[in-house]
Design a protein around this ligand. Structure first.
Ligand code: ADP
Ligand code: MG
Length: 729
């Protein structure tokens, strides 16, 4: 019997690692080979053009038209030497992922032939007919114009035969239709606000940079097995499948030896990524079988985010070459860990100080504590909004489940920092304000550098943890564009730092000395934001109850969580910081709700189809066999004997028929629930209906399908099982 499942399992089993030839060059030699970085700029641009471009990249000064012309021509020359024939504006629509539309360099030369042309105009701005990108009603399709405009702070790069130019994407009327535009604005806002606060400590600070180091988790599945699972193909996750008897109980996969096929894939992925300027550093197995992680060295946030998006697309492409499919979904398999994308985040000054790293002197430590406390205040005030930033239909399967950050945002500090803050809070002001480098602060804040070297009490259950010299936002989903989280975090911190400066300035005006003012304000803040601090087990039920008492956002319904974007305080924050206006925020939430609905709608359809076309036919065929068996027994034996001999079969027949009837009934209910929900015009209400009525039915249907999987003859089951998907490499 060789139906599809057995064929693909056999194929997957026999597969060997794809050869990846060892490179003679060292990584330092091919790093950035396909990037129009400073080295290439120097080579392909005139001195004057180079300097103008660097000044734009570093200080944001506007680019002159003529300069753009000569950049474009230098870029074209470089790209054509690599065999490039096309260019594209590469942007980040609200659907997630990236979008590109390729155009050839060719133009008519006016003499009946062609020439290769790439003008400054085409470099700087384009008007893709992008009417089908989600825009939340900002653009009417009859004036579908959206502009993409070059972001010179992220360098152009070459993929295959195409020159990719990172761009923002905005509507005809100027509203952001992408992630990059507000991200750049948020980065600018936090630069300004943090620089102002740094000036209290060091007048030489003129720029603060936001840094992001993401850790990308993912699953790999053999391509043949994947192709025999329509749910994986169409939704990125398994909508059914009973847990494998062995999954991650033994914790033998985490940091274990990397299988040969996977190692080959990772090696090629790293080489290709390094060539694209992505500084890949760490790779390892993750907790779940077939789950892995890749992390680069951290970079400036905008660049780091472009690199993450680029990496995700390179991964997808290369995985296929290695006969894998990469799963970026947050929860492809029930019962084993899901995938996240930890966002390590910090702020650094142009004077080389990491503002989240405890310093050597008490003066530096006061600055460190100032930023630490302000960040906690920001996370406290915007905990609901931060949750909205990482919420999605797919990440919901991971959040709140037992292995991931729960759907409540709290901050982990660790014992030592907690002690420092407790002391600071309870000390009387006179004692506290003695800042003397030799004696040290009375708060023993000077002790922080030594103390923090012992960084052992890391709490894996915290969604937002301090890890020695940075915060790690762990609730971000593996498929997310990090920008969503980074926009909110940087804006919230910028807004809070601005408030802090106001509070300090008010005291300075009353003649209070600077240090005293800082201590006073920090002491207030520490008290106010205390509810956000939580170092205990974030997965426990007690925490849920405690968090609710503390007034933290405990909402678990994703469409409702999105409401956080539209509260008065949050709209006002985004508007005063110049990041997003109310029109944009409303539009983006329309997209959030619509995307939520569509994801569940697609899943529900796929599940319905699979239930009716795969599961029910197979289970009833097996039931038929059992029935035949019982009939034969009946022909040979009397009633009493039949009942003994055919007992097991009869029990199974009843079980199967119970599951079959529930599945049929629930699939019907699910179809009807969709019909009702689809009639709802309002996107928010529709998403809530999908959450409340359709998603729970999917769970119920799955439950009965998974039970059938345990009963039905393995030979007859058509869909590859978890033990095959997860354990064959
Ligand atoms: P872990 O899994 O133990 O958290 P990893 O080594 O996998 O650690 O990832 C740590 C990530 O944090 C890397 O991407 C690293 O570049 C990043 N990182 C380190 N220091 C900083 C910093 N100051 N700011 C931002 N990111 C940082
Ligand atoms: Mg980490």
């Amino acid at each position: 019997m060789s139906h599809l499942r057995f064929r693909v399992v056999e194929e997957a089993f026999k597969r060997k690692a794809v050869e990846v030839p060892l490179l003679k060059e060292r990584p330092s030699e091919y790093f950035g080979k396909y990037v129009f970085n400073k080295e290439k700029m120097r080579r392909y641009l005139s001195k004057q053009t180079y300097e103008a471009l660097v000044s734009t990249m570093e200080n944001g000064s506007p680019l002159q038209r003529e300069i753009a012309e000569s950049i474009a021509s230098g870029m074209k020359q470089w790209a054509m030497e690599l065999g490039v024939t096309h260019y594209t504006h590469w942007f980040q629509p609200l659907t997630g992922g990236t979008a590109e539309k390729h155009d050839a360099f060719i133009e008519y030369d006016g003499k009946g032939g062609l020439l290769e042309e790439f003008s400054g105009k085409l470099l700087i701005q384009q008007e893709p007919d992008a009417s089908s990108f989600p825009n939340g009603g900002i653009r009417n399709t009859f004036e579908a114009r959206g502009y993409s405009a070059w972001d010179p702070t992220s360098p152009a790069f070459v993929v295959g035969s195409t020159l990719c130019i990172p761009t923002i994407f905005i509507s005809y009327t100027g509203e952001a239709l992408d992630f990059k535009t507000p991200l750049l604005k948020a980065i600018h806002a936090v630069d300004k606000a943090a620089t102002d606060v740094c000036k209290f400590f060091d007048p030489n600070v003129s720029k603060v940079t936001s840094f992001l180091g993401w850790e990308q988790e993912y699953f790999l599945v053999d391509e043949s097995l994947w192709s025999a699972r329509p749910d994986l193909m169409l939704t990125g996750r398994t909508l059914m499948g009973h847990e494998s008897a062995k999954n991650q109980q033994l914790e033998d996969h985490y940091f274990g030896a990397i299988p040969a096929r996977v190692e080959a894939f990772m090696r090629e992925l790293e080489i290709e990524s390094l060539k694209l300027g992505i500084p890949c550093k760490t790779r390892h197995n993750e907790v779940a079988p077939n789950q892995f992680e890749l992390a680069p060295i951290f970079e400036e946030t905008n660049l780091a985010n472009d690199h993450n998006l680029l990496l995700m697309s390179v991964m997808k492409k290369l995985a296929r070459k290695h006969n894998f499919r990469v799963l970026l979904h947050e929860k492809p398999f029930k019962g084993v860990n899901g995938s996240g994308k930890h966002n390590n985040w910090s702020l650094g000054t142009n004077t080389g100080v990491n503002l989240l790293s405890p310093g050597k002197s008490s003066h530096e430590n006061l600055q460190f504590v100032t930023f630490l406390v302000n960040i906690m205040m920001a996370v406290y005030k915007r905990n609901g909004l931060l949750k909205a930033a990482i919420s999605s239909a797919t990440n919901a399967h991971r959040l709140g489940a037992n292995e991931a950050p729960p759907a409540i945002i709290s901050v982990f500090l660790g014992r030592q920092l907690t002690e420092v803050l407790d002391k600071l809070e309870s000390s009387s002001s006179d004692e506290a304000i003695q800042v003397d480098d030799k004696v040290g602060m009375k708060l023993s804040v000077t002790q922080i550098p030594e103390l923090l070297l012992d960084n052992t009490d890391r709490n894996r259950t915290s969604p937002f943890a301090f890890t020695g010299n940075r915060f790690e936002f762990r609730a971000v989903g593996s498929s997310d564009n990090c920008a969503a989280a980074m926009i909110v975090l940087n804006t919230a911190v910028a807004h809070q730092l601005k408030e802090f400066k106001k509070d300090i300035d008010a005291r300075l005006e009353q003649g209070v000395k600077l240090e005293k003012a800082i201590f006073e304000v920090l002491r207030d803040y520490i008290r106010i934001c205390k509810p956000i601090r939580f170092d205990g087990n974030g997965y426990s039920e007690e925490w849920r109850q405690e968090a609710a008492k503390r007034g933290l956002d405990c909402e678990r319904n994703v469409p409702v969580i999105f409401d956080n974007y539209l509260t008065f305080e949050n709209i006002s924050m985004f508007e005063t910081m110049g990041v997003l206006n109310h029109v944009e925020l409303h539009a983006r939430n329309e997209v959030n709700w619509e995307t939520y609905t569509k994801k569940i709608q697609i899943e529900a359809r796929v599940l319905g189809d699979l239930a009716m076309n795969h599961i029910i036919p197979v289970a009833s065929r097996y039931q038929g066999l059992l029935l035949d068996n019982v009939c034969k027994v009946k022909q040979l034996f009397d009633q009493e004997k039949t009942e003994i001999i055919a007992k097991q079969d009869m029990i199974l027949i009843e079980k199967i028929s119970h599951h079959l009837s529930v599945i049929t009934e629930k699939v019907d209910q699910m179809i009807n629930a969709r019909k009702v929900a689809n009639k709802i015009e309002d996107e928010r209400s529709k998403a809530i209906a999908y959450h409340d009525t359709i998603a729970p039915l999917m769970e119920e249907i799955r439950y009965h399908i998974d039970k059938l999987e345990l009963i039905v003859d393995d030979e007859m089951w058509t869909l590859p099982k978890y033990r095959e998907l997860l354990f064959i490499r």
